[in-house]
Design a protein around this ligand. Sequence first.
Ligand code: UD1
Length: 435
Amino acid sequence: MTNDRPFLRISGGHSLSGELRVSGAKNSALVLMAACLLTRDPIRLRNVPALTDIAGMGEMLFSLGGRVERKGDALELDGSGIHSSAAPYELVNSLRASFFCIGPLLARMGTARVPMPGGCKIGSRPVEEHVKGLKALGAHVSIEHGVVTASIPGPTRRLQGARIVLDCPSVGATETLMMAAALADGETVIENAALEPEVVDLADLLTAMGARVRGAGTPTIFIDGVDRLHGADYAVIPDRIEAGTFLLAAAITRSRLRVAPVIPTHLCAVLSKLEQAGCRIETDGDGIILSAEHLTAVDLRTQPFPGFPTDLQAPFMSLLATAEGTSMVTESIFENRLQHVAELQRMGASIRSQGNTAVIEGVARLSGAPVQGTDLRASAAMVLAGLAAQGITEVFGLEYLDRGYADFEAKLNAVGASITRLPASARSGHGVLPT
Ligand code: UD1
């Protein structure tokens, strides 16, 4: 029950200034951890954020016989003792990304049993592209009683390189298939591959482990399978979604903030929309400085990279709720990712939604209210709205927020925000708590 959980109390209306430090990319780190299953040698990953999702993937590797140790911002992963190829249901159910272990497990062990991850708050999250691709690489795959069982037939227990055309450029399927193909016999070509920076990060780690991968970051990825992969020491890229959230914190509070480290090309579509809305953006070494005063409406539609990321749709909508004029936001990746609209309305936002489109009339000021973060990025959107709102906002749903933002309130407080994490018992009772 929501009411038993801690929440954030935000006193809104403070101007922010200074610098926000961006952690390593959660979505990269999760898949890079899965890639450690491909070798018996140790892998050291640096710049890994301390998040509950990362801990969840650590548990998954541990359950398979791997060892994961955190040393500062680094994880030392040892897959030499992997003895199981069966992923436990509870772990896949609580961390969807752990399904991506199916590719490396199959390539390393010749067999893999991974429960279907099921849907989540934002949509149905199918995995048929992963399954079709593994079949194309020669695996026998069956789905029974909610479990995907894959095995490699024949004496060699090795996948065979193949040409795979994805029906949609799924990030997870591209990553699953890259990992599986890295140890396959012969060349694999993945067409209509996802272009996301996290795919390139995976290719770079695989290359550091001795894989032969070309074309990551383009729609066609070539992987020349090798017999074995070795250990590596590798730093995860900065989190473009956390960086975008911080830039939006500067914009929604009409402040000036430096956000670093950032790879600006990872944020092109977001920076372009922020500029269209009236933000001033300067790149400065490894950082971006955003300053905002008067902001106006913009339209946006989520798209695969390099288009506008679905993971920043909710946080951007918080900003548009405060920008002068009428904006239109269309979510085209996930079917149920506008649940934050109702919560923003509780804060005085003027938004109408139909299907996957929201029309937002900017208001001069949001007003503080108790609100519920309905998924990870929606929770961040609520915190942003609270920073700009008049009065006190209480944000519930921190179990989502903590999955993807390391030290979120501490980082924001260091640049002038006023956010306190409190136990459920400290509720002010000034409004009706959403369930
Ligand atoms: C990843 C990110 C997530 C982000 C998403 C889209 C991780 C851990 N998560 O999720 O934060 O929101 O990319 O940028 O990296 N699809 C199919 N069939 C499939 C697979 C996907 O139809 O077999 C569809 C999905 O329903 C969705 C779209 O493809 O509509 C994108 O999904 P996908 O790129 O696979 O997202 P994830 O890898 O799950």
